[in-house]
Design a protein around this ligand. Sequence first.
Ligand code: FAD
Length: 405
Amino acid sequence: MYNLIVIGAGASGIISAITAAKDGKKVLLLEKLSKVASKIKATGGGRCNLSNTLSSNEFMSKFGKNGRFMTKALEVFSKDDLISFFSSIGLETHCPDGFRIFPITHNSQSVIDALVQEMYNLEVEVICSSKVTNINILNQNKKEVQVNDISYFTSNIIVASGGLGYSTLGADGDGYIWAKESGHKITSTHPAMMPLHTKERWVENCRADTIAKVEMYVDIKKYKKLKAVGDLIFTKSGIRGPVVLDFAREITPLFDKYEEIPLKMNLIKGKNENDIISLFKQNPTLNIKKCLQTILPLALIEQLAILCEVDTTIIFKKLEGVKKESFVKILVSTPLTISGHDGFKMAMITRGGVSLKDINPNTMQSKIVEGLYFCGEVMDVDGPCGGYNLQWSFSSGYLAGKLNK
Ligand SMILES: Cc1cc2nc3c(=O)[nH]c(=O)nc-3n(C[C@H](O)[C@H](O)[C@H](O)COP(=O)(O)OP(=O)(O)OC[C@H]3O[C@@H](n4cnc5c(N)ncnc54)[C@H](O)[C@@H]3O)c2cc1C
């Protein structure tokens, strides 16, 4: 009989196992894949963006309405605690851009190696290639975890089985099934943090460049408040880049209601129509292309000009009035139509999950079943790009591993 069985050896499960083992608990960690921490390996393009430098309050504000739920978890395991913890297990971190925190090695495998060594030191029993098929709550102090016809018994279970995104890296929604069976509500799940497809085909001619600080919003009256700012990259089939990854969580749920999602983008850092007209006036002898090349990539200028039937080799003053108007407008308010996405296959994060209403934020324990805990992405918490989701996984995993102590 174990004190704790953790299901899932991702960031949240591993730290919860380490935390409980440090407190002297007999811990079993079950992982369905043949190796632990497959998702950590893929994070940050293999560099593993562990966290960021924001204060806990600022950090929580980036998670929207569910952010405050993290208060206790961040209090007991803040970014500073994360840095000290990794340092204590032999992995130093740094912050090369002044915001994102990485291991000094810039290699996610070094994070995994340090965590695996710590589990070994603390005698956490780890069994890989063990897909949990069922959990049974026998009574308050005894629970059964089944891997096909093998049964393990424990007083506590931590469900750290992740969300639905990138199922090749392990997580594919098993945790929701057990949570539901034991009476917990699951909020609707949607793929998030992913590239998006556009109806417009001109985007594929603008693939070479990153457009900095693009502002975008949903061009549907009811949803105009949905906005994002950040760097954008055009792709063969649509758009990607930090602003798109962050905005995808707002877009994908809208497909429940709409077949296409119209967006408007300002591609020229905070400039408005008057600024563009002034730019042309200040450079009366330069043709349109040369004038705009200081603020936009050439390929993009050409594509937007084609949409407005504008010849970029002439000076702006020579354009017909109606073309002047439409061209200036499209530069600061470019329409784009999101036509789809690749679903959970390409979603780095899942929006939605086990309802926070059913979990005690001070312990991560279920309010419905004593001795059952949740941590990490399986819960209805998702943050933007930039180390937010790993910090949440580590903080919630640490708190869950305390087992209500
Ligand atoms: C490509 C990519 C890059 C990312 N980069 C970053 C980044 O740089 N920074 C950042 O903060 N976030 C990043 N994220 C998000 C972040 O990795 C996740 O939010 C976080 O790792 C989730 O951790 P978790 O422990 O909750 O779940 P997971 O890491 O998904 O772990 C769940 C584990 O449970 C196992 N499991 C599932 N079902 C069962 C079962 N039935 N039996 C046994 N085991 C089971 C799975 O195999 C898996 O190992 C990235 C995500 C992806 C996909």
